[in-house]
Ligand binder design. Structure first.
Ligand code: CP
Ligand code: NVA
Length: 310
């Protein structure tokens, strides 16, 4: 059976831990495995802009011995309306994996349905699961390994209805973490995803808290995370997306509530003075550039794991 990674819970707790341990091994030995030696091609498709995802998948596939094919959908027939099912059937005969950053989760699922090779979510409106693997790896690096993840408290503040919030819920619950989301009422996570995260957390010993109360959410947290208040695709409503989020800014006052050794995550790109202050993101508790580097190691581990288990 072909394994895909369309959302965080597509890896069960043991599988997620295996991928994270492999990622830590790749970080110390970048040429540990070369599953795409040949080289085999990997299609990496973008319907939205990207810096980190584009670079880390390109370099990662090359380091795995493969050949990265970067496809901007606007310059391909996808941008002219070729059906996803036809695209999937064409690609699946020529490449060893398909990585896609797009808008619709349903579109990504359709790609996977018609693909005989692993399909990976490189960000949709709903989830950003590759980012959360890198984030969990970063927490593991700073807390003594993957086995230290269960029981860690991760507090995410800001847009609770975006892809990062949803992926922290599912990925964090899978890792056995206590995931707290603090967001304005009208930007709370989708109830179905919250329910799924609660279900997963019940098995892993984690927990899920959704609140509007910043202080309650940040109190004693081991990890503080945030993301832009205006995700790709939200630009039209940008003018109304600042005011409700102002109390949720990650700043020195907020950090004083967290554990003294708390680390700060941000998937980047960051908007200093909006969701996070320069003082915090450029300060000693910030690990955002470890996190960005870990995209490379985590995705190499994921690709290796998927091809080995498909
Ligand atoms: N964090 C992240 O996915 O960055 P890019 O949008 O630059 O790929
Ligand atoms: N939530 C952000 C993440 C960017 C990496 C967005 O979707 O634009």
């Amino acid at each position: 059976m072909t394994r895909h990674f369309l959302a965080d819970a597509d890896l069960n707790p043991q599988e997620q831990a295996d991928v994270l341990n492999l990622a830590l091994n790749f970080a110390t030995n970048r040429h540990l495995h070369q599953p795409f030696a040949g080289p085999q091609g990997v299609a990496i498709i973008f319907d939205k802009p990207s810096t980190r995802t584009r670079v880390s998948f390109s370099v990662g596939v090359a380091e795995l011995g493969g050949y990265p094919l970067i496809i901007d959908s606007s310059g391909s027939q996808m941008g002219r309306g070729e059906p996803i099912s036809d695209t999937a059937q064409v690609l699946t005969r020529q490449v060893s994996a398909i990585v896609w950053r797009t808008f619709s989760q349903a579109g990504l699922e359709e790609m996977a349905h018609h693909s005989r090779v692993p399909v990976i979510n490189a960000l949709t409106d709903d989830y950003h699961p590759c980012q959360i693997l890198a984030d969990l790896m970063t927490v593991a690096q700073h807390r003594g390994g993957v086995e230290a993840l269960p029981g860690q408290t991760l507090t995410y503040l800001g847009d609770g209805a975006n892809n990062m919030a949803h992926s922290y819920l599912l990925g964090g619950a899978t890792a056995g973490m206590h995931v707290r989301i603090a967001a304005p009422e009208e930007f709370h996570p989708r109830p179905k995803i919250v329910a799924q995260a609660i279900h997963v957390a019940a098995r892993t010993g984690g927990s899920v808290t959704i609140t509007t109360d910043v202080a309650q959410a940040a109190q004693g947290a081991d990890v503080i995370a945030t993301d832009t208040w205006v995700s790709m695709g939200d630009e039209e409503s940008a003018h109304i997306r600042s005011r409700p989020f102002l109390p949720y800014q990650v700043n020195a006052e907020l950090m004083a509530l967290a554990a003294p050794d708390a680390i700060v995550l941000h998937c980047l790109p960051a908007y200093r003075g909006k969701e996070i202050t320069a003082e915090v993101i450029d300060g000693p508790q910030s690990v955002v550039f470890d996190e960005a580097e870990n995209r490379l190691h985590a995705q190499k581990a994921l690709l290796t794991w998927l091809v080995n288990n498909s």
